[in-house]
Ligand binder design. Structure first.
Ligand SMILES: [Zn+2]
Length: 347
């Protein structure tokens, strides 16, 4: 049993105004401010937010022309990859690229740090959300993991690593051709560094690691629990930081060394289930990340997250508005409990 319960804090606010749809009768519109029990970050739930019918969120966007246009000059298609992708320093890495099946990892031409890399998932230029071949997708994660492991043997100062993905340009990526990114750094990006500190503090507070404690609670109560794939449990978060955000947590060390082939395969299974849910919601774009830390610490357990982005489409609306980008707080018009009720049918 944990020493302290996980705190699911919230404050309900009210906005009172004359509603033009009801002859300006005064109404009270509720706004719920939730506090994340891990990070302390706040999130607002605004169930009365009006959805624009002209946004066509009920339609699967036709991106055929844009995909076709993106084929020309694609540096990740097989004919270009050999000559246009960067090469690793062979004297350090023993090879110029990391290859597993169709997956190919190489240095990022636009690096974010000393070991920034890109992993092209396969020969296929465009893959619809949820339609990744599981074995090919897995190979890309394994090639990325192998690279992180190698980097950490070469440079023990690398305490933070993450494997990430932008799916389609609406998620912030520049290329349609499916690929992952690898970050491995002594200087952890803000979220990675925070995640380590938040888990350390929660471990002290709860007397056990945060992720398994949270997963136990959510699995028992069910409201935000989606399901499990092998050792991974999948949940929506009390105070999400992304649209339709789901976290996968496994009670295993959060290190690349411990991220074995089985854990990777079971993670891919969960990520694809989430993607199929988004396909049903007519969403075609997402971001994901799986986080690694070294050295191993009891407080740090394996976790990944995946979240939807505004569609890449003629009717695109990016889900980051001013409130998120300039005020630093996420706003949602649906609750994580609604998402859990929907996504759990895929598990
Ligand atoms: Zn391509």
């Amino acid at each position: 049993m944990s020493a302290d319960p996980i705190a699911f804090a919230k404050t309900v606010l009210t906005a009172r105004f004359g509603d033009p749809r009801r002859d300006f009768a005064l109404i009270d519109a509720p706004v719920e401010v939730r506090v994340c029990p891990l990070s302390g970050l706040k999130t607002r739930l605004t169930p009365t937010r009006v959805k624009g019918a002209s946004l066509r969120e009920d339609e699967w966007p036709d991106i055929g022309d844009a995909v076709a246009a993106s084929r020309e000059g694609c540096p990740f298609c097989p004919s270009a990859l050999r000559t246009r992708a960067c090469a690793l320093d062979e004297s350090r890495f023993g090879q110029t690229r990391f290859v597993r099946g169709e997956a190919t990892l190489f240095p990022n031409l636009a690096p974010y740090g000393p070991y920034s890399a890109v992993t092209v998932i396969g020969a296929e230029h465009y893959t619809e959300i949820g339609r990744y071949d599981p074995a090919r997708y897995l190979d890309a994660f394994l090639a990325s993991r192998d690279y992180v492991r190698k980097v950490q043997t070469l440079d023990p100062s690398v305490a933070f690593a993450a494997i990430t993905q932008n799916h389609l340009p609406a998620s912030g990526g520049t290329l349609v051709h499916p690929h992952l990114q690898v970050q491995a750094d002594a200087l952890g990006p803000t979220w990675c560094a925070n995640l380590r500190e938040w888990q350390r503090a929660a471990h002290v507070r709860l007397g056990r690691p945060f992720w398994p404690a949270l997963a136990d609670y959510e699995q028992e109560h069910g409201e935000r629990f989606a399901g499990a794939t092998g050792r991974w449990r999948w949940l929506t978060m009390w105070a999400p930081q992304g649209m339709c955000e789901v976290w996968g947590v496994a009670d295993a060390p959060a290190t690349a060394a411990a991220f074995d082939d089985g854990l990777a395969r079971e993670m891919v299974d969960g990520l694809l289930r989430w993607q199929r849910w988004q396909r049903r919601r007519n969403r075609n774009s997402f971001n994901l990340a799986v986080y690694f830390f070294t050295p191993e610490e009891p407080a740090l357990r394996l976790a990944c997250r995946i979240l939807a982005r505004g569609n890449w489409a003629p009717f695109a609306r990016n889900d980051r508005s001013f409130f998120e980008t300039t005020l630093g707080e996420m706003v949602f018009d649906q609750s994580p409990e609604q998402w859990a009720a929907e996504v759990k049918t895929e598990f």
